[in-house]
Design a protein around this ligand. Structure first.
Ligand code: PMP
Length: 401
């Protein structure tokens, strides 16, 4: 259609499109105030674009800005074959990617514990999970190799053996729920295993900008010499979660099916959100955006310190925990409570504290689990301290029960 339009004469009468007439929309403009007092004005073409249907892959100017950022941050080795697709948050991209690549009862490899939102996507496929243990440095490559080799020889992947897993799901930085990040050397080993077993790596990395080390660890996308990584980014943690924008980056052959899914299911991500973010990035520039994410990262890093201090004060002797390297979660293991679910579901509310039981993040939630997840995102320092004091009492009472 676009080709026909560009070829047509200026006198062309266009009767083909099914888009609504924007003069009938009640909105004429929008003004958004930033925290520094400056404003973003949507008017003229930008408000029209914001209120109208747009291209499935994403609003052109935002797509260009995100592509530039991906190239700068990750320098994907296969850049000329790399596509970016804007989605309704990273959950949307992740869900559509699984939908396009999963069959009923497929084997799927996941780091365990695993983000509950991923389990919610996968469970309807009744998959055969291949859970791979994590430690304080995330997914353990030796465990991954061992669990693959115990079931499949790497040559099987070249044959037509249908139960060979295709997908390895990782949440590499500041993972949900553990807060741990996979260091570069491990990422390289995992990438090599993915090569040996011909796996596609789903790199779900919404906490990429919330890594607490000075330098962000290079992503799997940045290691991807042979086009087997599909990466999911999110604007939820750094700009707004309600704006519902994420972006998928990967080889054309993997991104294209997700784009078709987008086209038939939702047409495209919200134009209003995309135009607003694009105007914001235009106003800030890439450096301004990166300066902003640094401030966000510092906030979460301070919150982490407050939670660690409260854990030290109240939970020593009752529980143990890793130091989160990114994100917004502390993963706590009770030393003498074998299953946190009954304690949390039945008794925590009465103690004025709520956390998530570890079972929510397990591929087999029927098993007892001594872990629980605490978030340091929202609570004030006083409430973090009070919450952990209450939690300590709860655990003591549970042990005495
Ligand atoms: N992946 C992980 C690991 C998450 O923690 C979340 C947010 N809870 C998402 C994906 C979804 O994020 P978004 O808001 O971008 O859809």
């Amino acid at each position: 259609m676009t080709k026909l339009l560009t070829q047509g004469s200026p006198d062309l009468v266009f009767l083909a499109s099914g888009v609504p007439n924007p003069s009938m929309f009640p909105f004429q403009g929008a003004s958004v105030t930033l925290r520094d007092g400056s404003t973003i004005q949507l008017e003229g073409k930008t408000i029209n674009d914001a209120l109208q249907y747009g291209p499935t892959q994403g609003y052109g100017p935002l797509l260009a800005q995100l592509k530039e950022m991906q190239q700068k941050l990750h320098s994907p080795p296969c850049w000329t074959n790399t596509e970016v697709l804007i989605t309704n948050g990273s959950q949307d991209g992740l869900c559509k990617a699984f939908e396009m690549m999963m069959n009923l009862n497929d084997h799927v490899i996941v780091q365990e514990p695993v983000y509950a939102g991923t389990l919610a996507i996968l469970n309807p496929y009744k998959p055969q999970y291949v859970p791979v243990q994590c430690d304080a440095n995330g997914l353990i490559p030796e465990e991954l190799r061992r669990s693959l080799e115990s079931k499949w020889k790497s040559e099987d992947t070249q044959s037509s053996k249908s139960d060979v897993p295709k997908i390895l799901y990782v949440n590499p930085a500041g993972a949900n729920p553990t807060g741990v990040s996979i260091p570069l050397s491990r990422r390289q080993e995992i990438y090599q295993i993915a090569k040996d077993f011909d796996l596609i790596i789903f790199e779900d990395d919404p906490y990429y900008f919330l890594q607490f080390d000075k330098e962000r660890t290079p992503s799997f996308l940045s290691l991807d010499t042979d086009g087997r990584v599909i990466r999911f980014d999110s604007l939820s943690k750094v700009l707004s979660s309600g704006i519902r924008l994420g972006y998928v980056t990967g080889p054309r052959e993997l991104v294209e099916p997700i784009t078709y899914h987008m086209q038939v299911s939702v047409l495209h991500a919200s134009s209003l959100s995309q135009v607003l973010v694009s105007e914001l990035l235009k106003q800030w520039g890439q450096e301004g955006f990166l300066g902003h994410v640094d401030r966000v990262q510092k906030f979460y890093s301070q919150q982490r310190e407050i939670m660690l201090k409260a854990a030290e004060t109240h939970l020593t002797g009752l529980a143990e925990w890793n130091i989160p390297q990114g994100g917004m979660f502390l993963w706590i293991k009770c030393l003498e409570v074998s299953d946190t679910r009954p304690m949390i579901m039945d008794r925590a509310l009465k103690k004025d504290v709520i956390l998530l039981p570890g079972r929510e993040f397990m591929t087999d939630p029927s098993q007892p689990c001594p872990y629980m997840r605490a978030s340091f995102s929202l609570a004030s320092p006083e409430n973090i301290d009070r919450g952990f004091r209450n939690l300590a009492q709860l655990i003591r009472e549970e042990i005495e029960l």
